[in-house]
Design a protein around this ligand. Structure first.
Ligand SMILES: Nc1ncnc2c1ncn2[C@@H]1O[C@H](COP(=O)(O)OP(=O)(O)OP(=O)(O)O)[C@@H](O)[C@H]1O
Ligand SMILES: [Mg+2]
Length: 262
């Protein structure tokens, strides 16, 4: 049996002296597309950042590709798109340069881009709807477009494991569809995807499994239910009042009896 791509055992994280993640047991197998859902502040970003070694757990273990994080070195197999920051202006690079950076781990240093690199960069930029903007400065783009540049950079690296934190927040539906197609292409080539989302939108067809966070715990792990994909609980942006809770839409599956056991 091959090791899961992601495996955690009883992981706990504290931030600012406060427990933020507790008792996280999560395994993700190769080829899965997993959505991480939950209310604002429930720990979704902390979870994915912990999986990538960006936040140290106070207890428990994390393994990627069967290797404990402290020994893991194969970061070229992993892509990450962080949650959109509020202020990212002043970046001097062009769209093409930023996306090309996603190929660095696959390139031979100091040689011109190979055909495969150029093709991957072009495909990635088109996938996020910025095909004509390769030469534009990133700082001239809107916040949503800058986020799409970061997505393109991750796609260009053709990672085996791609982790995205709210990639489609604030992105128009047409761009979401193009992005879903691009992710579908990665999945067809065997990639594994973990994405944080408030609503799945055009990504719903790709997602095979949902995990739901509440107060730092995984409270549901199973098939994505229709309730998750309904847009009727509204687009949820930062700045929305804390305590606005999406979890009631999964009241049924919170029943421990329906919790999926791996
Ligand atoms: N650096 C930090 N120091 C202290 N507390 C933090 C820190 N980062 C996050 N937290 C707290 O940890 C909890 C989980 O935060 P996290 O960002 O993981 O939630 P989230 O589910 O991603 O929320 P959102 O939907 O708003 O992105 C929140 O209560 C947050 O205030
Ligand atoms: Mg978050």
């Amino acid at each position: 049996m091959t090791a899961p791509l992601i495996h955690t055992r009883d992981v706990a994280v504290e931030l600012g002296g406060r427990p933020v993640l507790r008792g996280i047991d999560l395994s993700v197998a190769a080829g899965e597309v997993v959505a991480v859902l939950g209310a604002n502040g429930s720990g979704k970003s902390t979870l994915v950042r912990t999986l990538l070694g960006l936040v140290p757990p106070v207890r428990g273990d994390v393994e990627l590709f069967g290797t404990r994080l402290d020994a893991f070195r194969a970061w070229e197999r992993v892509g990450f798109v962080p949650q959109r920051a509020t202020a990212t202006s002043g970046v001097p690079a062009t769209v093409g340069e930023v996306v090309a950076a996603g190929r660095l781990s696959r390139r031979t240093p100091f040689l011109p881009l190979r055909r495969a690199d150029r093709d991957a960069i072009t495909a990635a930029v088109e996938a996020v709807g910025l095909g004509g903007r390769l030469g534009d400065g990133v700082s001239t783009l809107s916040g949503g477009q800058q986020q799409r540049v970061l997505i393109a950079r991750a796609l260009a690296g053709e990672p085996e494991l791609l982790v995205l934190d709210e990639p489609t927040a604030g992105v128009d539906v047409q761009s979401q569809r193009a992005f879903a197609d691009a992710l579908g292409g990665l999945v067809a080539r065997g990639a594994t995807i973990v994405l944080v989302a408030h609503e799945l939108g055009p990504l719903a067809d790709l997602v095979g499994r949902a995990v739901v966070m509440r107060d730092g715990r995984l409270v549901y792990d199973g098939p994505p239910l229709a309730a998750f994909t309904d847009a009727d609980h509204g687009h949820h942006h930062h700045g929305a009042p804390r305590g606005t809770d999406h979890v009631p839409t999964v009241a049924g599956p919170l029943d421990p009896l329906s919790r999926e056991v791996e």
